[in-house]
Write a protein that binds this ligand. Structure first.
Ligand code: 5GP
Ligand code: ZN
Length: 142
């Protein structure tokens, strides 16, 4: 086990050194309740093997995590009669990632009844030339 894994809170959840409210587990993943839920049912899905972020996780674990998200997400929507589900995943502290072990947030959304103001931003039409220039910048890095 690396030093990072020894000090990683989600690795400690995997190894049961610290408790969690577990919702689902399979060979490669665990889903558990977020300790600071944005709304009732807010859950996290993580790989059992430590990976920092989207760029770091193996393709196999990435697929496994998102298969668990599909299964647990459907259960959350049924359990909370939620017509919507936000699937949120942050990479790097600049994006707001606070736990440096890959995780996906599953957050039930209730539409008009929902008091969460997050995940919305003002719609402003982009400059088509700049949109294309930015796409080319990304394409050059693929
Ligand atoms: P991030 O901002 O990194 O995407 O979110 C990390 C999430 O992990 C936060 O929503 C936070 O509440 C949750 N979290 C942090 N520590 C623990 C913990 O020890 N147990 C559980 N269940 N959730 C945690
Ligand atoms: Zn970890």
């Amino acid at each position: 086990m690396s030093d990072v894994e020894k000090t990683c809170i989600f690795c400690e959840i995997v190894s049961r050194k610290i408790p969690c409210v577990k919702i689902y587990e399979d060979e490669r993943t665990i889903a558990f309740a977020d300790i600071n839920p944005l709304v009732g049912g807010h859950s996290l899905v993580i790989p059992k093997t430590h990976a920092v972020n989207l760029m770091d996780i193996t393709p196999g674990d990435l697929a496994a995590v998102h298969q668990s998200c599909q299964r647990v997400g459907a259960a959350i929507m049924k359990a909370f009669k939620a017509p919507g589900l936000a699937v949120l995943q942050l990479n790097g502290s600049a994006a707001g990632q606070t736990v440096m072990h890959y995780h996906v947030h599953l957050i039930p959304r209730l539409g008009a009844k929902d008091k969460i103001g997050a995940f919305t931003w003002p719609v402003r039409a982009g400059n088509p030339k700049i949109i294309e220039k930015n796409a080319l910048k990304i394409i050059s890095m693929l």
